[in-house]
Design a protein around this ligand. Structure first.
Ligand code: SUD
Ligand code: ADP
Length: 289
């Protein structure tokens, strides 16, 4: 038995940190949406009771450090499954880039094994399981657009933002999410207008969404990775409607209402940046088979 599952990347349209919690995590308020840059996850059921990971990307671990492996292990342990699975990860999302590639792979494995092993679990149950793997996995289980709170695992679905182009540029260096959160100084943060962003999305107001994009982790990553500033400047000069770093970075994205301008930005960054993409935002939630 075999199943193919898409694992789309996310971008943070808005990212606020409220305080550091006693458990070491940060209380966040984030507006996230999925884009059509995606890993392809192939799942093959094995009669032997083991989990195998294979990927063409040398930065992707092939053992229990892989979030996709942990997702399969969690499903097996929780529902006493004594079959195995081979997971092939066709990596298209840059690694350690603020785009939740690993979290989305884990979410795709949860959805895919639910189907393959006929478990009949709801997206809500899969999202609860996902929270045990990582803070962004619950969002990735649902996909679409959402306000995420708590440490990121509490999800309130929002309507899809107005259709637009998203240009992504990654300078080719990875950053550790943990390091960025550790270096954030909570006092003095200029908090994004999360409520305004949610309103803008609910009203389908593209201009207002562009006005309200903000990420409190951006200045922290900027210090470690000065290329972020250069990419932002270049995107703005080439005509982006909005420019922001996603998550803990270092990927920078532009929102652009017109295809021709999106490609102008893309062309201005090619050669300067290792990985540049023009994609669309995705709208709805994934279907469970
Ligand atoms: C920053 C964000 C924004 O969407 O994404 P990425 O940049 O990683 O894509 C997320 O908050 C990342 O979520 P995720 O990558 O799932 O984090 P986890 O694996 O749970 O945690 C990694 C580390 O980040 C820190 N962490 C994470 C989430 C949070 N709310 N507070 C934290 O302090 C902790 O130090 C933790 O050990
Ligand atoms: N399936 C996976 N794909 C990518 N990275 C993974 C995966 N599983 C574990 N990792 C590890 O997680 C780290 C963060 O990866 P990723 O999810 O791509 O970035 P981010 O947390 O910035 O969104 C990587 O350095 C990698 O070692």
């Amino acid at each position: 038995m075999y199943l193919l599952e898409k694992a789309p990347a996310k971008i943070n349209l808005s990212l606020d940190v409220l305080y550091k919690r006693p458990d070491g995590y940060h209380e966040v308020e984030m507006v996230m949406t999925t884009i059509d840059l995606a890993d392809r996850i192939e799942l093959i059921v094995l009669q032997e009771n083991k989990i195998e990971i294979e990927s063409d990307n040398r930065f992707v671990p092939n053992d229990e450090r892989n979030l996709a492996y942990r997702a399969a292990q969690l499903i097996k342990d929780t529902y006493n499954i004594d079959k195995g699975v081979k997971i092939y990860i066709d990596k298209q999302i840059p690694v350690a880039a603020g785009l939740a590639g690993g979290s989305s792979d884990a979410a795709a494995v949860l959805r895919g094994l639910n189907t393959l092993w006929e478990l009949g679990l709801s997206l809500d149950t899969l999202a609860e399981l996902g929270a045990k793997i990582g803070s962004d996995v619950s969002f990735c289980v649902y996909g679409s657009t959402a306000l995420s709170t708590g440490r990121g695992e509490k999800i309130k679905e929002l309507p899809a933002p107005p259709a637009c182009w998203v240009v992504l540029a990654n300078p080719g260096v990875g950053v550790s999410t943990q390091t960025i959160y550790q270096q954030l100084k909570i006092e003095g943060i200029e908090h994004p207008d999360t409520e305004g962003m949610v309103n803008a999305i609910e009203h389908g107001d593209f201009q207002s969404i562009c006005d309200k994009v903000a990420n409190v982790l951006e200045p922290v990553t900027l210090k470690l990775c000065p290329e972020v500033k250069q990419i932002k400047q270049q995107m703005a000069e080439a005509g982006a409607d909005a420019v922001l770093m996603s998550g803990s970075g270092p990927t920078v994205f532009s929102l652009v209402s017109q295809e021709s301008r999106a490609y102008r930005i893309y062309n201005s960054l090619r050669g300067f940046c290792e990985q540049v993409y023009v994609v669309r935002m995705l709208g709805g939630r994934p279907e469970l088979d």
